[in-house]
Design a protein around this ligand. Structure first.
Ligand SMILES: C[S@@+](CC[C@H](N)C(=O)[O-])C[C@H]1O[C@@H](n2cnc3c(N)ncnc32)[C@H](O)[C@@H]1O
Length: 212
């Protein structure tokens, strides 16, 4: 490992404590919506795995988790949790470093809100999944007539700069779903927060789609 174990564990604990403090329930929502359709020992790819939070509950349910992220630091945090099959790769770049039809399921939480154009994620998700596989993900949600971009101030981003986040309407998600031969199974709106005080809200939506 490039960083020492204590640094990695500190990063992992800090990230997951922040997620809990800000009421980030995306992983619980996608797991709850997907649970009836997955089996222990199924193989799941976590796209933008971070510290592994988005697939932790699936892992506890006995699925085998592989992960992809473009942050070496995050992958080291996953390694410290015992997730061994990890790839450093930018999810905007096709192809992802996996064979076609190699996964039973995929999950992507807390990531899609960083990007306006999600076409590569859906295209690659469709390529990697076996027929009947689930893709469970969370987006920032908006009505069709609301703007896609929201600018989040530095007070909420832990950086010196404001960050632009993107929200995706059900209509635009439906186009990616259909164009990539998925079928929408379930979706559920919920609220995420940008601050520990849980004052600044962003509406989110979890989707579970199935590869045809
Ligand atoms: C907010 S974290 C979410 C992590 C985890 N999925 C969760 O639900 O807690 C966003 C993750 O996406 C990763 N990420 C962002 N942009 C990415 C990209 N272009 N390619 C791969 N990973 C990316 C970040 O490195 C980070 O680990």
């Amino acid at each position: 490992m490039a960083r020492d174990d204590n640094q990695v564990k500190t990063l992992l604990a800090a990230y997951e404590e922040e997620a809990e403090a800000t009421g980030w329930f995306g992983p619980e929502v996608v797991f709850g919506l997907s649970y009836a359709y997955v089996q222990s020992n199924d193989l799941m790819l976590d796209i933008g795995i971070g510290t592994g939070l988005g697939s932790d509950l699936f892992r506890k349910a006995g699925l085998e988790i592989h992960g992809m992220d473009n942050s070496q630091q995050m992958l080291e945090a996953c390694l410290s949790k015992g997730i061994k099959s990890l790839q450093l790769h930018d999810l905007r770049i096709s192809p992802y470093p996996y064979k076609s039809f190699s996964y039973d399921h995929a999950v992507c939480t807390g990531v899609m809100n960083f990007y306006r154009d999600l076409s590569v994620i859906f295209k690659e998700g469709a390529r990697l999944l076996k027929a009947g596989g689930l893709f469970a993900f969370v987006v920032g949600d908006r009505a069709e007539n609301e703007p896609a971009e929201i600018v989040v101030g530095p007070e909420h981003t832990h950086t010196d700069e404001p960050v632009t986040m993107y929200r995706h309407s059900q209509e635009e998600i439906s186009i990616w779903v259909e164009n990539n031969h998925f079928r929408l199974m379930r979706s559920l709106p919920f609220t995420m927060f940008l601050d520990r005080e849980q004052i600044r809200k962003v509406e989110a939506k979890a989707y579970v789609i199935r590869k045809l």
